[in-house]
Structures are given as structure tokens and as C-alpha cells.
Write a protein that binds this ligand. Structure first.
Ligand SMILES: Cc1cc2nc3c(=O)[nH]c(=O)nc-3n(C[C@H](O)[C@H](O)[C@H](O)COP(=O)(O)OP(=O)(O)OC[C@H]3O[C@@H](n4cnc5c(N)ncnc54)[C@H](O)[C@@H]3O)c2cc1C
Length: 568
């Protein structure tokens, strides 16, 4: 088995040097946070990573309606929960172990890198718990939170139906009121992650359904808590019809679930009728960030393994890491993967600052589709590059990298495809408020550019300023086109999201390069090589990725082609 690796140095640089986490929470010092992450990472290396390939080979099975997960997950889940790792990030009042949000994101990333299919169980249960905590009745919290917290019960989110994928508003599962205030649930849900399994004694499904007479579309959708077994242990008529054969995440069962096939499935409403989409968005936004972390984590680990391999593999009498094209691939992988880490940890710190009442969630909302779409697209690309660095050994299974490609791809599709994220970003996060929040972000970037002037990266800083300035032209172009050619505008949404994502990543890498430069000016110690690498990341990303924005600008504005009229 290939040795597990993690770049804790870079995680600490983000949390302490860049985000200054202990100044937000004086109750945590650097050492407290390091100890948590080091212990968590030890568990990843010793317990989680060894199950990754095993679970990929074993897969999930269904026999007489019973869904089984890889055997190794049972012991792993027990140890994970006994060690208290499931409780990380939750308040002590409900039995949790509270840590700053950015620290839980760092740990989630390590978990996801070590085994993407196992981490799906954890994140979905976290997501379901969060909804019950936020919107559930006191009785729901009393009954369901504790067994979820102890790792006895799992959670799912059930949106998708055969006729309702991206178009969630088309769903047809029905929830009919009963005389006891509960609802009778009837319908079929498709592609439900962890929808059935033998890892948990019970599964708490959060189901979107429609009540009789509710308005059409998303406005008529309500949210229900529908357990696999009722609280007193009776079957609740939720049946797994089939599990999907799929490209990756083989340890995670993707289930078709029939609710109320025998008219005997009972659910409780969460909140009020027709409020379901707003509540589910709380879970979806978290899970979208989790998707971003999925892309970033796979990319970072794939880079670490590729870098080790390239040092050892000899061709033409030298390690391949010394060959120019291999070096280019590795630098491209590292600058992107670390940039994505910086993005997701930065968003984590925004959650912390929101929790402390310092900011609203406007910037989080702006950056969530960027995290979801750009981290997963580019994370996947980094995984593909990892195969290339390994040559033929990257295509076969021995070096563990082809699994990254198979496991990472799904994150570009679920939780709203990246195309849907791009439309959400362009229309709801940028055009709707005349780019107010985006422009506020640009102000921060201008400050970083000004601060970096003494460091002499003139061409790179000018490139970043130019990309920002040209955004104004793109937005003017959209403003002019949107009434008569909205389809044409939407056709460029993915380009626009990529354009802004590159500005954001270049900015975060610039901030970190500036910090590294300051530190290098103060002392030259063993850390010098790492600090130099942070500067290289920024310069390389500017030359290879940010530079592509010039082409995208042309594609969107200068050619300004309306492809929506072309017949495919
Ligand atoms: C392994 C796996 C796990 C999953 N887990 C869950 C889960 O736990 N819970 C759950 O509810 N669902 C889950 N899903 C479902 C997943 O969220 C959907 O597959 C996804 O939202 C896309 O829906 P769809 O497959 O119907 O594709 P479609 O909606 O048919 O989309 C097909 C293509 O059309 C594009 N498209 C669709 N509408 C538009 C539009 N208006 N404008 C532009 N482009 C558009 C899409 O971007 C995509 O490229 C899972 C799926 C898989 C494969």
C-alpha cells in the first residue's frame, strides 16, 4: 500500500499565519489546534487510509433488500466515533467537542482525502443533524440527536427523483396529513447516498415532498423527517429497491428508496408546509462546501503522492521530478491544490466570524458556488494530472492514484451540478445585487495588491488588477444583453464562474506569498524552502491559470457569440 501523506505545514500556515485563528478564539492557542489536527491526522494515517483501497475493492451489496457496506467500515466507524471525531465541531451542550469551524474544515479535508466514500456517511449525518438542530422540534432533538452523535444512527438528504434531478421543483413525492399531526409519505427517491446500509441501526432521512394542494414548483415543497425505523423500533415502510453500480466512491451505497410502498410510511414535518427548500438549502450549502473540500482534499493528497513518486522514479538517469515537463505538472498541481485549500479554509474562517457576529453571510454565499464548482472541477483535473505524472503506473491500481480520479468526479455532479452552480453564481450572487458583494471582495484584493507592490511581482500584480478591471466590462456586457439574450448570458455562466474563481485563487495565493516574503525577510531557517514554495505557487498560478482569463474575456465579451441559437 502506498504511504499516506498530509501537508500539515501548509494547513498550519493557513490557520495560524494567514487566518490568525487563535486571535478569533483566544480560548484556543496554536498548540491546542495543532494537537487536535495532529491526532486526527494520525487516525487518518493508521485507521482511515488503509480502508480506502479495501472498500473500493469490496464495494457495497444488496441481498434480499439488505444493503451491506465494506466490512472494514464497521470497525472504522466504531473507532471514529469512540475517539470522539464525529463530535468535532459541535457544542458541548449537545455532547460535542467544540472547535473553530476552520479547524473542522481542515479535519474534514484530511478525512475526505484519506477515504472519500467513508467520509460521505459522516458528512451526511452531520448535515441531517444540523437541520434537526436548527429547525426541529424539541422532541425531535431529544430523540434523534444523541444516537446520531454517538454514531448509532446515520442521516441522508432525499431530493432527487427519477423525473426531478436539477429540476428539484418537479418532484412528486407526496406527504398527506394524518389526524395525529404527522404525514403519510409516498414516493420514490433516486441516487440517495448512504440511503440504506448496515453501518447504522437506524437512518434518519430528510425528505422533500409535496403536500396536497401545495403550489407547483419549489414553492410547494416541504421538508420531512422520515426514519427507517420509528423511534420505538418499528419498520417505517422505507425500502431500498436497488443500489447503483458506479464509477467511484465504491464504499458508499447510492440507493433507490421507495417510501410508503405499503402506504405505511410516516414522517414528521420540519418547520412549516412549503418552507422545505429554504430549510434544505441550509443542508445543501454545507454539503456544497463539503463537495468543494472533497475536490480540494483529493487534489492535495494526489499531489503529495505524485511528488513522492516523481522523486523516486528514475528515467534517463535522473529522478523524473527533475524533468521540465514533470516539474511543470507538479507545480501546476501544487499551486492549484494549495490554492483550493486556502479557499476552503478561508470560507471556514468566514463561518467562524459569522458565528462571532463579526460579519453577515453575504461573502460566504458569494464564495459557496465557487468552492463547490471550481474546487471540484480543478480538484478532478489535478487528480487526472496525478495519473499523468505516474505514467503507466498511474493508470493501473498499484499506486492508488486512479482511484482519486474515479472518486473525485462525482463532486462535480451532485449537490447541484457545476453548471447549476455557475448559473446560481452569475444570476443570484452577482447580477441580482449589481455585483455589490463581488465588488466588496475586489476592494480586499486591491488592498492585497497594493501591499505587495514592494515585493516586485509587477507583471503578476498587473495581471490580477487587469482581470478585476475587465470584470466590469463583462458585467456591462451582461447588463446590455440580459433582457434580449438571457440564454446567451447563461451560456457563459461557467466561463464567468471560472474567470472569477481564478481571481479569487490568485488573490489568496498572493496574500500567502506576501506573508511568506515577510517571514523570509525576518529569518532564514529550515522553513525557508516551504516559504519559497508559497511564493512559487502564487507566481506559477498567475502565469499558468490567471493568465487564461484573457482568453475567457475574449470568449465572453469580444466574440460575444450567442450559442443558444445554434442547433446542436
Ligand atoms: C453517486 C451519486 C450520489 C448522489 N447522492 C444524492 C443524495 O444523497 N441525495 C439526492 O437527493 N441526490 C443525490 N444524487 C443526485 C444528484 O444530486 C443529481 O444526479 C444531480 O443533481 C443532477 O441531476 P440529474 O442526474 O437528474 O441530471 P440532470 O438534471 O438531468 O442534468 C443533466 C445535465 O443537464 C444540465 N442541466 C440541467 N438543468 C439545467 C438548466 N436549467 N440549465 C443548464 N443546464 C442544466 C446539468 O448541469 C447536467 O449537465 C446523487 C447522484 C449520484 C450519481
Amino acid at each position: 500500500m502506498v504511504l499516506y501523506k498530509a501537508d500539515l505545514r501548509d494547513i498550519y500556515f493557513n490557520l495560524f499565519d494567514f487566518l490568525n485563528l487563535p486571535t478569533l478564539y483566544p480560548q484556543f492557542n496554536d498548540q491546542d489546534i495543532r494537537s487536535i489536527i495532529e491526532e486526527f491526522n494520525k487516525f487518518m494515517s493508521q485507521e482511515v487510509w488503509p480502508t480506502r483501497e479495501m472498500a473500493d475493492k469490496a464495494g457495497v451489496h444488496i441481498n434480499n433488500g439488505v444493503v451491506t457496506v465494506p466490512t472494514c467500515f464497521h470497525e472504522l466507524n466504531q473507532k471514529f466515533c469512540e475517539n470522539g471525531w464525529f463530535k468535532l465541531g459541535y457544542p458541548e451542550e449537545i455532547g460535542g467537542i467544540w472547535v473553530p469551524y476552520a479547524v473542522s474544515i481542515a479535519c474534514t479535508s484530511l478525512l475526505n482525502g484519506a477515504n472519500a466514500s467513508y467520509s460521505i456517511f459522516i458528512e451526511l449525518t452531520h448535515g441531517a443533524m444540523n437541520i434537526i438542530l436548527k429547525f426541529g422540534t424539541p422532541q425531535m432533538k431529544e430523540q434523534w440527536i444523541s444516537p446520531m452523535m454517538e454514531g448509532q444512527f446515520g442521516g441522508t438528504m432525499c431530493l432527487t427523483e427519477p423525473g426531478a434531478g436539477s429540476d428539484v421543483g418537479a418532484l412528486s413525492t407526496m406527504a398527506t396529513p394524518r389526524s395525529d399531526g404527522k404525514y403519510q409519505i409516498k414516493g420514490t427517491k433516486l441516487f440517495i447516498s448512504a440511503g440504506d446500509n448496515d453501518l447504522y441501526k437506524n437512518i434518519v432521512h430528510l425528505v422533500l415532498a409535496r403536500t396536497p394542494g401545495a403550489p407547483k414548483g419549489t414553492k410547494g415543497i416541504s421538508l420531512f423527517m422520515v426514519p427507517k425505523f420509528s423511534y420505538d423500533g418499528q419498520s417505517n415502510d422505507v425500502v431500498c429497491n436497488k443500489i447503483e453500480e458506479k464509477m467511484g466512491i465504491h464504499g458508499s451505497p447510492t440507493c433507490e428508496l421507495v417510501f410508503g410502498g405499503n402506504d405505511n410510511c410516516v414522517g414528521e414535518i420540519i418547520g412549516q408546509e412549503c418552507e422545505g427548500m429554504a430549510q434544505m438549502f441550509v443542508m445543501m450549502n454545507e454539503v456544497r462546501l463539503f463537495c468543494g473540500v472533497q475536490g480540494e482534499s483529493q487534489a492535495n493528497l494526489a499531489y503529495m503522492l505524485s511528488e513522492s513518486y516523481a522523486r523516486e522514479r528514475i528515467q534517463f538517469g535522473k529522478p523524473i521530478i527533475d524533468l521540465p515537463d514533470v516539474k511543470r505538472m507538479l507545480l501546476k498541481m501544487r499551486s492549484k491544490a494549495r490554492g483550493l485549500r486556502a479557499l476552503n479554509l478561508y470560507i471556514g474562517s468566514l463561518f467562524d466570524r459569522k458565528h462571532l457576529g463579526e460579519i453577515t453571510e453575504a461573502e460566504i454565499a458569494l464564495l459557496t458556488p465557487i468552492s463547490k464548482a471550481y474546487s471540484t472541477d480543478e480538484g478532478f483535473n489535478v487528480c487526472v494530472e496525478a495519473c499523468q505524472v505516474h505514467g503507466g503506473y498511474g493508470y493501473i491500481k498499484d499506486y492508488a492514484v486512479e482511484q482519486f480520479v474515479r472518486d473525485a468526479k462525482i463532486a462535480t455532479i451532485y449537490e447541484g451540478t457545476n453548471g447549476i452552480q455557475a448559473m446560481d453564481f452569475l444570476t443570484r450572487k452577482v447580477l441580482k445585487d449589481q455585483a455589490k458583494i463581488l465588488n466588496e471582495l475586489f476592494l480586499k484584493i486591491h488592498i492585497a495588491i497594493k501591499k505587495a507592490q514592494p515585493y516586485g511581482w509587477h507583471k503578476e500584480l498587473a495581471l490580477l488588477s487587469l482581470s478585476i478591471a475587465k470584470t466590469k466590462d463583462i458585467l456591462n456586457f451582461y447588463e446590455k444583453s440580459k433582457t434580449s439574450k438571457m440564454d446567451a448570458v447563461l451560456g457563459t455562466a461557467v466561463d464567468f464562474l471560472n474567470y472569477i474563481s481564478r481571481i479569487v485563487l490568485a488573490w489568496l495565493l498572493l496574500e500567502q506569498a506576501s506573508l511568506a516574503k515577510e517571514k523570509l525577510g525576518l529569518i532564514r531557517d529550515a522553513d525557508g524552502e516551504y516559504l519559497e514554495s508559497k511564493i512559487t505557487d502564487y507566481l506559477f498560478y498567475s502565469h499558468q491559470d490567471l493568465a487564461l482569463n484573457a482568453g475567457l474575456f475574449h470568449s465572453i465579451c469580444v466574440f460575444g457569440e450567442d450559442y443558444s441559437k445554434i442547433i446542436v
